[in-house]
Design a protein around this ligand. Structure first.
Ligand code: FAD
Length: 552
């Protein structure tokens, strides 16, 4: 049998992984990789950290060279070579490189063309001080601009993870930085209260944040917002999303899925049996919902590249879908999520339950504890975990990764209650925040300690007959901030003041984080008050959700 001719288009996460995997599988395969840019296999996730100068050596981002790839893998890497046309019937690709145009034949083709950052057609978008950050040349352009022009002010348009990483990078380069985000909070994939925790961290570090507003135009020295405000901007970065690179695939008649990504089956085969695809350009199954989605992240792209190469060379590996696990560093904190947000789960029609805890990331008596906020989203019918979000200065990555594993294994709240996680005081508490959140969720589902979410309480507070909020915190906490019309009943006084608790009203128990509220709720229920709900996440979640607070 002849050696298979494998052609790969795109040479970064998905494509470079596919090429290396293909070589490890088949020493005889004739492997060619086309990359339109000047670099192969570079660390695009590291680009913001060169702008921030956390990474000072640019060469650290260039993980491989064409020569290195050839030496190690015997892969013919053709840089600055763009695939222009795909002739599926003839199984060949027309490409233009430094030496002109040529047709390259293949037996099997892998598309790993990634995506393109969206640049909205706004006045001023083409000005020399307006940037995107997607490739090494984009990064070089921005770095040179900062070095040569010493801009004083920056506006980052888009509060997603690249936008936030860049806001921090620019602030750390000394620019007075603003972020403009159309949604009500940054990190739009997260629920509002977690987005607002991110917002607080940005503001605490001097970044100005403008939410719920768009950009109308860019001028030489400013950005005009859709509400008429003007922000000074010597430098503007657009980071408002990524569109899959489908020009070639569409022109060749490959099927595109409902989510707008290239359609592939479980083996990552496209609608053409000789063509596989991987990475940001494809649509995949969301593992929790089973829906088709696009998950433009590096982990899935790398793993898909591995699977696509395996199957392109005759294997039968399956890609089981993505959870969308992600994490972003925001100054001194991190925000992470996996699976479905509460909002997404509700939109999908799940009977959604939420358990939120705010707890120190390790034993409170050991120095250096930092508050960790953790939210579990679960299906009340089956108690299956649907998703999780975390925010804090320490321990976010660990919880999100454990919970990604739990989602992978379709774990329930009972499973999470019993998770046996590593503990010693410098690392954790004897009940990990995951265990605690699972206890909260299980107590909610069983009716032992039913909860209400901060979002639901906020909505109820605006209704004509809102529930009575029993604030079971201490007087000092109350004085720093409380809800209008709430009743202060510190938990330690509750048993002696039960006659003050109305029996004919809907009641919500509120404490700082939900922990004392749980105790108060049990006291109430044991004393015949059955209508009360405990606010999950307590005051911390409610204020992160955004409510009017009275002081004094
Ligand atoms: P890409 O890595 O984009 O590679 C596609 C390549 O195909 C490109 O180099 C392109 O030039 C080439 N190409 C396209 N069309 C053609 C053609 N016709 N001919 C030849 N070549 C072509 N993800 C995370 O999970 N975590 C992070 O922290 C993270 N940070 C990021 C930070 C930045 C600044 C950026 C830009 C991305 C980040 N990502 C992150 C996303 C992650 O990098 C992508 O999901 C991943 O690179 C996608 O891999 P891919 O192979 O599908 O596409």
């Amino acid at each position: 049998m002849n050696a298979p001719r494998l052609l790969i288009i795109g040479g970064v996460a998905g494509g470079a992984t596919a090429a290396a995997r293909a070589r490890r599988l088949d020493e005889r395969a004739d492997i060619t990789l086309l990359e339109r840019g000047p670099f192969v296999s570079y660390a695009n996730c590291g680009l913001p950290y060169f702008i921030s100068q956390d990474i000072t050596k640019r060469s650290k981002l260039l993980l491989q060279t064409a020569e290195g790839f050839d030496a190690r893998y015997r892969v013919k890497v053709q840089l600055e070579t763009e695939a222009l046309e795909l002739d599926r019937a003839g199984r060949r690709v027309r490409a233009r490189g430094p030496e002109g145009e040529t047709w390259l034949p293949y037996d099997v083709l892998i598309l790993a063309q990634g995506g393109q950052p969206v640049m909205p057609p706004l006045p001023g978008i083409d000005a020399p001080h307006v940037f995107k950050l997607w490739t090494v040349p984009d990064m070089d352009r921005m770095h040179t601009f900062i070095t040569e022009h010493a801009p004083k002010t920056a506006v980052v348009v888009g509060g997603g993870f690249i936008g936030l990483e860049m806001a921090e990078a620019l602030a750390r380069r000394g620019l007075s930085t603003s972020v403009v985000e159309l949604a009500p909070s940054p990190m739009v994939n997260m629920d509002l209260e977690f987005g607002n925790l991110v917002a607080r961290e940005l503001r605490a570090n001097g970044v100005q944040l403008f939410t719920g507003v768009g950009v109308k135009a860019v001028t030489k020295e400013s950005v005009e917002l859709s509400d008429g405000r003007t922000l000074p901007a010597d430098l503007v970065l657009f980071s408002v999303g990524v569109r899959p690179e489908l020009t070639l695939a569409k022109a060749a008649g490959l099927e595109v899925g409902a989510s707008g990504g290239l359609l592939v089956d479980e083996t990552l085969r496209t609608s053409d049996p000789h063509i596989f695809a991987a990475g940001d350009m494809v649509e995949v199954t969301q593992r929790v919902s089973g829906r088709k989605v696009r998950v433009p992240l590096a982990g899935p792209a790398n793993r898909q590249g591995r699977i696509a190469a395996t199957n392109a060379l005759g294997g039968s590996m399956k890609y089981r879908g993505a959870l969308g696990s992600s994490i972003v560093k925001v100054f001194h904190a991190a925000a992470g999520m996996t699976g479905l947000s509460e909002r997404a789960a509700r939109e999908l029609g799940f009977d959604v339950g939420v358990a939120t805890v705010h707890k120190e990331h390790h034993a409170s008596y050991f120095p250096g504890g930092e508050q960790l906020s953790l939210k579990l989203v679960y299906d009340r019918k089956t108690t299956r975990l649907l998703g999780a979000q975390a925010f804090g200065k320490q321990g976010v990555d660990k919880r999100i990764d454990v919970l990604a594993m739990a989602l992978h294994a379709r774990a329930t709240l009972e499973d999470l209650s019993e998770l046996d996680l590593a503990y010693a005081p410098p690392f954790n508490t004897a009940n990990d925040p995951i265990n605690m959140a699972a206890f909260v969720g299980s107590n909610d589902v069983s009716g032992f300690s039913p909860t209400i979410t901060a979002g639901a309480l906020k909505a109820k507070l605006t209704q004509p007959s809102p529930p009575l909020v029993l604030d079971v915190r201490g007087r000092g906490e109350w004085a720093k901030g409380h809800l209008a019309n709430a009743l202060l009943l510190p938990v330690d006084e509750l048993r002696d003041r039960l006659d003050e608790v109305p029996r004919d009203r809907e009641l919500v128990v509120l404490d700082s984080n939900g922990f004392r509220g749980h105790l108060a709720l049990r006291v109430l229920r044991e004393n015949g008050v059955k209508s009360a709900l405990n606010l999950t996440g307590g005051w911390l979640s409610l204020t992160a959700e955004g409510v009017d607070v009275e002081v004094g």
